[in-house]
Design a binder for this molecule. Sequence first.
Ligand code: SF4
Ligand code: SF4
Length: 339
Amino acid sequence: MTEKSAASSGSNEAVHVVWLTAGLGCDGDTIAMTGATLPSIEELVGGSVPGVPRVVLHNPVLAYENGDAFVQSMRDAAEGKLDPFILVVEGSVPNEKNKSEGYWAAVGTDSATGQPILTTAWIDRLAPKAWAVLAAGTCATYGGIHAMEGNPTGCMGLPDYLGWTWTSKSGLPVVCLPGCPVQPDNFMETLTYLLTQLVGQAPPIPLDAALRPRWLFSATVHEGCDRGGYYEQADFAADYSSSRCLVKVGCWGPVVQCNVPKRGWMDGIGGCANVGGVCIGCTMPGFPDKFMCFMDEPPGAKMSTTAVLTYGRTVRALRQFTVESMNREPSWRGPGGRT
Ligand code: SF4
Ligand code: SF4
């Protein structure tokens, strides 16, 4: 099926999603996706989302096939037999040129040589053929934990590997969905958007400078946090058992773009700071190096909380006075009535 035929045939034709999990990672983004509800995997592969093509999913963690039988779908995609397909990459991309022998990551075996096929070779074969390329999770987008300074693999995110100005067959750069793991509905919503764009029913996906979907990553954690009211009133937690604002015990929420506090981790449940975990900035290209040491008060927070203290304490005291007043009925109620 060509892009044109998919677009002209509406949503009935299937689109293949080829998911490469052979980067350096933990498969956590695939596992997270099983908790998606907007839509769910079942809804996409069942073709029950109106206006959205049915998906044929090729993911090694979720597939019935294994070994060569699974790898065949990747070979087919590389040979143009699954056109159009969307490539999803999970895990960071190692630098295979930084050593004299061996390899860091591979999947499948070359039948001619008997040698493992490097993950980077699969990316080189598949990315140019893909209608769109989606990097799922912080490892695939910006390198993540594995890309910390000093890691011998020299690994990196997909935009660093392919190039930040690289574009797929549809003219899109790598679409980045960071998160450790990716928030499942962020992933499925973006995949659904791309599928809708593929059939000509949506404009090009709007991305920010870090190649993240704008509507998902514009707001900061702080702007969506349940504890924001405590911050405004300078009511800061001194330990992790408190329900107050966690900025003094290591929360980076005011400067991190992520919608998890609003959306929750899964189907509206959880969400880092909402449930007692400080935000460590896992959706940001500078993660983790620029956010360490975790659990220490961020340097900028010292200054900003000092500025908030005078205002916050005054407002909190005035509000407490008002709360007490509002907790009393008006004087004219009761048997005596207005005097
Ligand atoms: S816990 Fe973090 S994100 Fe929430 S209000 Fe405090 S600083 Fe902001
Ligand atoms: S709130 Fe912070 S730590 Fe939690 S998922 Fe978002 S960026 Fe990561």
